[in-house]
Design a protein around this ligand. Structure first.
Ligand code: COA
Length: 178
């Protein structure tokens, strides 16, 4: 049923003129504004495709479905109607946990990761979370830099948390108050 609603919503929002310009002048997509909105079931396929492109060890599509079904905060960022980023966090008992934050590879480094993380923090606060936690690979210097800039501090490690080429990789645990 929700897929039917998604279809109707897309049909109502469909703007052939805009679509024409974005198709024939792709550079316009780059300058299009990033629009954030809650994820819909119909987005799951595109989200899983970005995940495959962005991570060496991506989540399975079923993991996204589970996060969506369980009611975690799942948001996407789109430009010119194309999904280019997503962020997922859980909130409960005054704490929030970033489960995934990702920007499509071709568009990384433009400030969208920061915008998505700010959104997750705003949502977590609105659900009365007073702290936010996340795990990150020590090898993911780009993400660590973003988290540090956003006020996250390293508070510990989780041994052998991630799969890695040579076995497992520890996770850094980072946190900040909201
Ligand atoms: C990590 C990620 C979400 C950051 O999003 P992004 O849109 O690329 O990053 P932003 O443009 O918002 O940059 C924010 C900050 O990240 C850091 N950063 C971004 N690109 C960087 C690069 N190439 N090298 C080093 N630091 C970089 C910088 O600190 C930057 O702030 P600054 O521009 O003021 O210096 C994105 O790169 C990504 O999706 N990576 C793959 C998935 C992933 O690793 N997710 C995190 C899992 S914990």
């Amino acid at each position: 049923m929700s897929e039917l609603f998604d279809y109707i919503r897309r049909w109502i929002n469909y703007d052939p003129e805009t679509e024409f310009y974005y198709k024939h002048f792709p550079s316009l997509v780059e300058t299009a504004e990033l629009v954030l909105r809650p994820m819909r079931r119909a987005d799951l396929k595109s989200v899983a495709a970005i995940e495959q492109a962005a991570y060496e060890f991506p989540w399975e599509p079923a993991t996204f479905r589970d996060c969506f079904n369980v009611g975690y905060c799942c948001w996407i960022g789109e430009k010119a109607g194309q999904i280019v980023a997503y962020g997922i966090c859980s909130v409960g008992a005054g704490e929030s946990h970033v489960l995934n934050l990702c920007v499509a590879p071709h568009i990384q480094g433009n400030g969208y990761g920061r915008i998505m993380l700010e959104k997750l923090m705003e949502i977590a606060k609105s659900y009365r979370a007073d702290s936010m936690f996340l795990e990150v690979r020590p090898s993911n210097r780009r993400a660590i830099k973003l988290y540090q800039q956003m006020g996250f501090n390293e508070i510990g490690t989780r041994k052998d948390y991630y799969p890695a080429r040579n076995g497992r990789e520890d996770a850094l645990i980072m946190a900040r108050t909201l």
